[in-house]
Design a protein around this ligand. Sequence first.
Ligand code: ASP
Length: 287
Amino acid sequence: MIASERGEVGLAAGIGLLRAGASALDAVEAAIRVVEADEDNHTVGVGGLPNLLGQVELDASIMDGATRQAGAVAAVTGFPHPISIARAVCERLPQHLLLVGAGAERFADEVGIERGPTLTDEARRRWRDGLSAAGIESAEARFGPGERAYRQQVIERLASMGVPDGPWDTVNVLALDAAGNLAAGVSTSGYPWKYPGRVSDSAIIGAGNYCDNAVGAAACTGRGELAIRGTTARSVLHALAADGDPAKALCLTPDGRHGGASTVPGATYSVMTAQDTTFRIEQRRQT
Ligand code: ASP
């Protein structure tokens, strides 16, 4: 299994399942659930930073390399584990692929996925500090995040701010099981102060996530709008098929080779195999 930065906390759980003969899909879901539960991770799950209005909206997707079946959800609130909702879409609504917002939440309730709090005190503090830095503290104090006047003021300020510096991040987990099947999963809270309803590449199959046993698994972190425009995960697999080099985005091949690439100097990813007792960190190629 391999994971993007801060995904290493989930690898032992996934590898434990693979050692017991579970599928790559099971391992990916289990690993990502650990990351989603990590309150110290402010870009995924319960600790994720909220949108413009102070609501944590989560996106996730999962893809099975054996069948190329996939499931995804976007802009989900009130559920700490969107990866499990995405898996349920894949397996229990196979004529669908992507559910968003209220529909995704309704489906999650119907299939019995647990609700839970997703805005931690620390995430709320960081959210408010970011608004203050943009000069909109007084608006929140005067109107509160639910008010129309507040929203208009915030939107005007944010539109003039450009894309925030971060934290930007997501978790990618890719797994190869004993049967030779690959799976890929991605989960994110998106970028902080995003416009409500914004959907990231993490929920878009082909952009932030793609998996095909014939070629490999690939997933992305970083500015989702760029990965959507470039259909990056799918494009990376086309390039992998052409040159066999997995050091692109985050990649795992059907014969267990792996690699990562990043525009960020010093970026890394983590690796753990069934023979390992813990993960190790690998450098990404800088592009
Ligand atoms: N890809 C995620 C998004 O666009 C964030 C990230 O990976 O930094 O929301």
